[in-house]
Write a protein that binds this ligand. Structure first.
Ligand SMILES: [Ca+2]
Ligand SMILES: [Ca+2]
Ligand SMILES: [Ca+2]
Ligand SMILES: [Ca+2]
Length: 405
């Protein structure tokens, strides 16, 4: 090899190196915190910063190995993207979340866990963006103890010195309380034109306990698995398995497990709505979000680029979710906290009810075609033998329109 071709080879090699994929998230697409004691400081808001500027700052605060950002109270979220698809590797956890939880032992033994609910998206339509119907929730250990369809609205305060009131769709209300340690405004300053901020999702159970009963010592217990900022980052210097999620924990809008080929986007939102006295609101922190399939861990992890998406899994996934996460639930209708949906393939209407009651179905002519009692929990009504068309499904006195087609 002469000197010239050697130089070319080195140049080609550095080009390759420059293009190597990074296991760490490569972009922050959205950063919308709920009000909280670290909002406007993690990351810092400066006069003139708009939503795009704050998303960029959120990136700079999380990657590379930066500090962290806070999502504020319940519902506040961040959406990140990667420069490659995180492959769902069979039988192992695929995504690693760095947070600032310092619990040393599991569950009730103590800690500062502030679990964030995780959603993952595969770019089904290939437009380079996560679309609403591309998200799948990660079913963590508390899924059965959580409230789905939860909605929390915060009200912009009249002054920066006022606590920030919230109400939810379960009849509760409360405050994000100001504290002496954090004197800055708690309302996102780039969202001052919004009178309210509403967040929807799954509400995890409260995990904070006033240990001495006098407000002096709060313990925020760690959940078993499936959340961000829930478990300590490291165990014996290595990435903590409890800080990782398996893409196989993804579920669709029906609550069914989904076999996803991989993940292009990750969303995290604060999942607990609890005030812990002087510690303040439970707020999820996010540092780096990392493809866990690496050949080297640590501050500069190296991606294992030999992994490939399983074509069979991809084909089956695209066939099942060609229209995204609502392909089988085109008629999903939320009725308060009850979601009624039609499985197009079978003609079965499914719903989850907090209590038992009477279900009736009328056809377009107003004829009663179904009447039966249902129980608390999951129920189904089989309309498979009925002709296509519009039906009125009346469940516990609430009517939902379902178009069977
Ligand atoms: Ca996996
Ligand atoms: Ca997309
Ligand atoms: Ca926090
Ligand atoms: Ca935290």
């Amino acid at each position: 090899m002469n000197k010239h071709s050697f130089t070319l080879a080195v140049m080609a090699l550095s080009a390759l190196v420059a293009q190597a994929a990074s296991p760490v998230h490569s972009t922050v697409l959205e950063y919308v915190p709920a009000p909280g004691q670290f909002v406007n400081t993690l990351p810092e808001w400066e006069e003139g910063d708009d939503a795009a500027a704050m998303a960029e700052k959120a990136y700079n605060y999380t990657n590379p190995d930066g500090s962290m950002i806070s999502l504020g109270g319940y519902g506040g979220y961040i959406v990140v993207g990667f420069d490659h698809t995180i492959v769902n590797v069979e039988g192992v956890r695929d995504i690693y979340f760095e947070g600032n939880s310092f619990s040393e032992a599991r569950a009730t033994q103590g800690g500062s866990s502030e679990p964030g609910v995780v959603l993952v998206a595969y770019d089904i339509n290939g437009n380079g963006m996560p679309d609403d119907n591309e998200w799948f929730e990660i079913r963590g250990s508390e899924y059965g103890n959580s409230i789905s369809g939860y909605e929390c609205t915060y009200y912009r305060p009249d002054s920066d010195e006022a606590d920030i009131r919230w109400t939810d769709n379960r009849g509760n209300e409360g405050y994000i309380y100001r504290n002496q340690f954090h004197p800055q405004p708690y309302w996102p300053q780039w969202l001052l034109d919004r009178e309210t901020l509403t967040f929807r999702g799954t509400r995890l159970p409260d995990n904070g306990v006033d240990k001495n009963g006098d407000g002096s010592y709060f313990v925020l217990s760690q959940f078993d698995y499936g959340y961000a900022d829930n478990a300590p980052n490291l165990v014996d210097g290595l990435w903590n398995e409890d800080a990782k999620i398996d893409i196989d924990w993804a579920i669709d809008i029906n609550g069914n497990s989904v076999k996803m080929p991989g993940v292009d986007f990750v969303k995290i939102y604060t999942g607990v709505n609890q005030d812990n006295g002087w510690i303040g609101e439970n707020s999820t922190e996010v540092c780096r979000i990392i493809d866990a399939h690496v050949t080297r861990e640590g501050s500069t992890p190296v991606l294992d680029e030999t992994l490939e998406i399983d074509q069979t899994v991809l084909d089956a996934f695209l066939a099942a979710y060609a229209d995204g996460n609502v392909s089988s639930v085109a008629n999903a209708v939320g009725t308060d906290n009850m979601r009624v949906y039609l499985d197009k393939a079978t003609g079965v209407v499914n719903f989850n009810a907090p209590n038992g009651g009477l279900a009736q179905v009328y056809n377009q002519s107003g004829m009663l075609v179904y009447s039966n009692l249902f129980k608390a929990g999951s129920n189904s009504i089989d309309l498979g033998n009925l002709p296509d068309g519009l039906y009125l499904v009346r469940i516990a006195g609430k009517t939902t329109k379902i178009l069977k087609h």
